[in-house]
Design a protein around this ligand. Structure first.
Ligand code: ANZ
Ligand code: ZN
Length: 877
């Protein structure tokens, strides 16, 4: 029988309309079934979706559809991370309004997402640039401020000279702005901060409770928070060398055990002592000015050449009044960590060693590697930073790290210098407060009015939202809100005098730090979110499964964790402090790169051919040879991008979805290849053919487990696959689930041929029907359109998208059989598969019936049959 090919172009839009008409994915907050909240990181509306989106949203959709089939009330929303610099750049370059540009992109991308057949609740769509969204953000800002979680302070900030804005520490990568790539400068500005450091300890401790987060993400966050236990030690300045009015230098160290290996002190260029000396020392002033202008990111300091300036000041060693050490101003000491001053121990710290070697300072080892030679141990170019036993350290000799740390701390804590102990234990965090002020237009306005008399005054609730003006000009560099002729003029809410609005907007990471909460009740005009769900039952949060890119491991996820806590503190959330119960970070979509005679070319412009096993590429137009480059992340710069529209247009969304899921484990990169997509499409057609061919033979047949022979075997296989696929999807092992589904079609194919040929033994038609229904249910989360089409072909009722996940029979999924190797006179001659619990007599009887055995015995009775249960059978002829 000839079946027509499946035509996704006709089928897919039809099913999308059917789901929409039935409002299947519009989730009700008062639905009594158990909730399941699955969320993918929402996109920035850059203009078009890319393959990374396709992969991300396909995974989320499989989870959403499967959870729905499992009986959950599923929340699966979508929105737009819609503020940000590209809109302003487009405005400047193309003379379009950032708002128009953004909303147009949203429309385009929404249309694209719809062609993917995602089961999204579009009724909850939000865009962070809507005043109805940022109104609540402004309210939260003010509430956080009231609760002491917001602070306005002057700080040394990272200034991006190209984007002309301040950046958070997290947005400075290797000393450069994360967007512009320009070297960041240091400036003193008064800015708004979220006090994320007030939660450092909790943000760190609670990582332990996140059982369904990848370890690597937790580790990255822990390192970013950077807790260390150390000691503050005050060193006396040597009187003859100290500047007037100065008597001590306080340092922070995590290695007080190495105090007898100290050979110099180093302070930051902005340390008060450095500033004081610089006042009378133009050479030092110039040196300090120079290092101030260079980047001060930790990574940069790590690699930059160490530079220092001897101040001439000396300090006295806390354990030896005769021992003095020089104080340098050095470029590798940060002012905003610890006390901005350190003691350098070259033998056990690489930076200190580089510095000491450059300036000819002593290098004295005080920690001996285990098994090392006490007399001969020396450090020259490589610092020894591991654990060992103390040497050359007077009363510490022989101790290990912990003991030596405590011995130094105990002794110095007991000494008092000017009413205070000379040392004090201190826990220190690397995490800094979150600077949120941005000198940009396209962001959420900071709802504050500055009055000469009253200072910074909150905008009253009744005047929220503070909306962005729409008539802005991008002709001048800098912040358009600041240039606007009227917008910033406002009366002081407190005293009524003319005052100025804050013209800064919030970092767009603020917008994405709470959107997951907004989705739970986007219609609420009074509060940003409410957790009250139904009759005081627990609400939607936390998100049960969050899926997105590893690139957000630190910034977005840490900020969201801060926000959930701050919202809870200010009454905007009830119970939850961890916003994401499960986190999955998917791999990237990568593709070969191609270089033509005039530079990079896109895969669409290239044809690749196989010549005796070696692949060669040519331009489609003109046939010029093309060099095949390495496989890399799809990116515009290398032009190795495949447009989802093209793929969906030619193969359909189901093919794209199937390929994304099938090819590699979801946490790894997936290599997009034409051959792979074609393979996926062949499978789509194969499923369709299987169902179409079987249909006449299974029409009207009631699905059932096969009773005997091939029918029973098929049912066992089908139930096993059903069980495994459910487990695989539950664990997000999509590629494994796909492999199982292939297995099932392989089991079904020959049996479909049998029933088409008219066989029905052991209820084969009913077993095939059941297998096909399982197949349809199992492909439904992944290829939802094809599943609906197959369901119709089988004469099924209703929409697959609404049907429950089928139940497997556990008895059919356990392996009840055992295969015995059968030996004749000690040589293996065959196998016997038989029920695992068959008794000895049954096994013996079955063995003697085997052809090979009968042939060997040649009509005579065996001398002996030895059955080793669950092991082997030996026939002695
Ligand atoms: C002496 C010492 C000896 C150190 C040794 C290390 C190894 P974490 O663990 O990251 O907290 N340090 C302190 N303040 C600094 C600053 N403002 N800028 C640059 N470095 C600073 O690191 C703490 C260690 O980093 C401290 O312990 C200090 O050097 C350095 F064998 O003190 B240590
Ligand atoms: Zn005032």
């Amino acid at each position: 029988m000839a079946t027509e090919r499946y035509n996704p172009r006709a089928s897919e839009p039809r099913w999308q309309k059917a789901w929409e008409a039935a409002k299947l994915f519009e989730t009700r907050n008062d639905d009594p079934r158990p909730k399941y909240y699955v969320l993918e990181m929402f996109p920035y509306p850059s203009g078009r979706i890319h393959m990374g989106h396709v992969r991300n949203y396909t995974m989320g959709d499989v989870v959403a559809r499967w959870r729905r089939a499992m009986g959950h009330n599923v929340l699966h929303p979508m929105g737009w991370d819609a503020f940000g610099l590209p809109a302003e750049n487009a405005a400047r370059d193309n003379k379009v309004n950032p708002r128009d540009w953004t909303y147009k992109n949203i429309e385009t991308m929404k249309g694209q997402l719809k062609t993917m057949g995602l089961s999204l609740d579009w009724a909850r769509e939000i865009a962070t640039c809507d005043a109805s969204y940022y109104k609540h953000q402004q309210k939260m800002f003010l509430d956080f401020w009231k609760s002491g979680l917001v602070e306005r302070k002057s700080a040394k900030v990272n200034w991006d000279p190209v984007d002309m804005t301040v950046l958070a520490n997290e947005q400075v990568i290797d000393g450069r702005g994360w967007r512009s790539g320009a070297p960041v400068e240091q400036r003193d500005l008064t800015q708004w901060f979220f006090k994320i450091t007030s939660m450092s300890q909790d943000l760190l401790d609670s990582l332990n409770s996140l059982e369904r987060w990848p370890d690597k993400v937790k580790l990255m966050q822990a390192n970013w928070i950077g807790r260390s236990e150390g000691l503050l030690i005050r060193w006396k300045l040597d009187e003859g060398t100290a500047p007037a009015g100065e008597s001590e230098l306080e340092v922070y160290t995590t290695r007080p055990d190495t105090i007898f290996g100290a050979s110099f002190m180093a302070i930051a260029a902005d340390h008060p002592l450095a500033r004081k000396v610089a006042e009378g020392n133009p050479e030092l002033a110039a040196f300090a000015e120079d290092i101030r202008h260079r980047g001060t990111s930790a990574a940069e300091l790590e690699t930059a050449e160490k530079r220092g300036f001897d101040t001439g000041i000396r300090v006295v060693h806390p354990f030896d009044p005769e021992w003095t050490l020089p104080v340098y101003v050095a470029n590798f000491v940060l002012m905003d960590y610890g006390t901005g001053a350190i003691f350098g121990c070259p033998a056990h710290d690489q930076r200190d060693l580089d510095f000491a070697n450059k300036y000819g300072l002593p290098v004295r080892p005080v920690v001996l590697p285990d098994g090392g030679d006490r007399e001969g141990f020396q450090v020259t170019d490589l610092a020894f930073t591991d654990d060992g036993a103390m040497i050359n350290s007077r009363f510490l000799d022989g101790m290990r790290f912990r003991e030596a740390f405590d011995a130094v701390a105990d002794r110095l804590e007991a000494v008092s210098v000017g009413n205070r102990p000379q040392a004090e234990r201190k826990v220190q965090f690397r995490l800094r407060d979150w600077l949120i002020s941005r000198q940009r237009y396209w962001g959420c306005p900071i709802p504050v009015i500055h009055c000469d008399d009253c200072g910074a005054v909150p905008v009253p609730d009744s005047a929220l939202p503070v909306e962005l003006p729409t008539d802005v000009s991008f002709d001048k560099p800098g912040n358009p809100l600041d240039h606007h002729p009227t917008w910033k003029h406002a009366d002081c809410p407190k005293c009524g005098k003319p005052a100025r609005r804050d013209t800064d907007t919030m970092d767009t990471f603020v917008d994405s730090s709470w959107y997951f909460a907004r989705f739970t009740d986007p219609w609420n005009t009074q509060a940003p979110t409410t957790l009250e769900y139904v009759d005081g039952r627990k609400g939607w949060l936390p998100v049960n499964q969050y899926i997105g890119g590893i690139e957000h491991a630190i910034l977005h996820l840490l900020y969201s964790r801060f926000f959930a806590r701050a919202m809870k503190e200010t009454g905007h959330l009830n119970e939850v402090k961890e916003p994401f119960e499960g986190l999955f970070t998917q791999g990237m979509v990568v593709h070969e790169t191609y270089k033509g005679p005039n530079g990079w070319v896109t895969p669409a412009e290239v044809k690749v051919e196989d010549f005796d096993g070696s692949r060669k590429a040519f331009l489609l137009a003109g046939g010029a040879p093309v060099e095949i480059g390495p496989i890399e992340k799809m990116s515009k710069s290398k032009k190795n991008v495949v447009d989802p529209d093209d793929i969906i247009g030619s193969y359909g969304a189901d093919t794209a979805r199937w390929f994304m899921l099938s090819d590699s484990p979801p946490e790894r990169d997936v290599i997009w290849t034409e051959a792979g997509v074609e393979g996926a499409h062949r499978f789509v057609q194969r499923v369709w053919r299987l169902v179409s061919e079987a249909e006449p033979a299974v029409a009207g047949v009631t699905p059932a487990v096969g009773e005997a022979g091939a029918a029973a075997e098929l049912s066992r296989g089908a139930h096993k696959v059903l069980k495994a696929v459910g487990e695989d999807i539950g664990r997000l092992h999509f590629n494994k689930a796909v492999a199982r589904i292939y297995e099932l079609t392989n089991l079904l194919s020959p049996q479909v041929a049998e029933i088409v040929a008219g066989r029905r033994d052991g209820g084969l038609d009913a077993a095939v029907r059941q297998g096909l229904e399982f197949l349809v249910a199992m492909i439904a989360p992944m290829m939802p359109h094809l599943a609906e089409e197959c369901w119709v072909a089988l004469g099924g009722e209703g929409l697959v998208a609404e049907r429950p996940w089928p139940a497997f029979d556990p008895a059919l999924t356990v392996d009840n059989e055992f295969t015995y190797p059968v030996q004749i006179n000690g040589k293996k001659r065959g196998d016997l598969t038989i029920a695992r619990d068959a008794d000895q007599a049954t096994v013996e009887k079955a063995v003697l019936e085997l052809d090979v055995v009968q042939k060997a015995l040649d009509g005579k009775p065996p001398r002996k049959v030895i059955v080793v249960p669950q092991r082997i059978v030996n026939v002695v002829a």
